[in-house]
Design a binder for this molecule. Structure first.
Ligand code: PXP
Length: 240
């Protein structure tokens, strides 16, 4: 059955809008787990625009499912990950000017640097996933870099304006997921998924875990975190 990892960055975004102490992503993670989340995801960005170091430290102590840390492959982040020891590190590209992660990591273009980061995280006892576009050469590069998993970027599929374009992007995701599985990589997927787009994965069994944040937090503002997670989890479980 496919699993759901809930990203709570946007709870921290609301907190940082006023620079105060609420709402707390640590509280949101508890409610997400009560709603059935199989994992909690946070992205500690270089500019600390939402999640703070304190959040990651506290989540490491309070998360009962699995803590997944998204981060850039920088010396600072590798040091923090090796110290805090999340259950999984997902390497993502990061640009200061972007509103959110814009594309997958170009593992091919930066193979030596990525492999070095994966090796250092492995030395710290951590499992590593790499966030990449649904592109076969990137999947192969992620396997060569030694990652245990890939997270396939679903953004283009979710943003497609027409059914035919969306189906083309969906086929790319399916092909990339098959190749990853053949290379013995676990296959996660995420970015931009909502309560409608997730339904396209129903019954496919191609994705092990979906990483979803914005649509759940947006729905939680109206129906509550526990309910929003439970509703998404039911849809995700149909994808297995
Ligand atoms: N996966 C990765 C690598 C991401 O950077 C993000 C956004 O933080 C997500 C998944 C979740 O995307 P969304 O918030 O659009 O569900």
């Amino acid at each position: 059955m496919a699993e759901l990892a809930v990203n709570v960055d946007h709870i921290a975004t609301i907190r940082q809008a006023r620079g105060g102490v609420y709402p707390d992503p640590v509280h949101a993670a508890v409610l997400a787990e009560l709603g059935g989340a199989d994992g909690i995801v946070v992205h500690l960005r270089e500019d600390r625009r939402h999640i703070q170091d304190r959040d990651v430290r506290l989540l490491r102590e309070t998360v009962l499912s699995r803590l997944i840390l998204e981060m850039a492959a920088t010396d600072e982040m590798i040091r923090i990950a090796c110290e805090i020891k999340p259950d999984l590190v997902t390497l993502v590209p990061e640009k200061r000017s972007e509103v959110t992660t814009e594309g997958g990591l170009d593992v091919k273009a930066d193979a030596g640097h990525v492999k070095n980061a994966v090796d250092r995280l492995h030395d710290g006892g951590l499992e590593v996933s790499i966030f990449i576009d649904p592109d076969n050469s990137q999947i192969e590069a992620a396997a060569t870099a030694g990652a245990e998993m890939v997270e396939i970027h679903t953004g283009a599929f979710c943003d497609a304006k027409t059914k035919s374009v969306r189906e083309r992007f969906f086929s790319e995701i399916v092909d990339a997921a098959r190749l990853a599985r053949n290379l013995d990589l676990k296959v996660n997927a995420g970015h931009g998924l909502c309560y409608n787009t997730i339904k396209r994965f129903s019954g496919t069994g191609i994705i092990d875990e979906f990483s979803i944040g914005h649509s759940i937090v947006a729905r939680a503002a109206l129906v509550g975190m526990k309910t929003a997670v439970a509703e998404m989890r039911e849809l995700v479980q149909r994808c297995g």
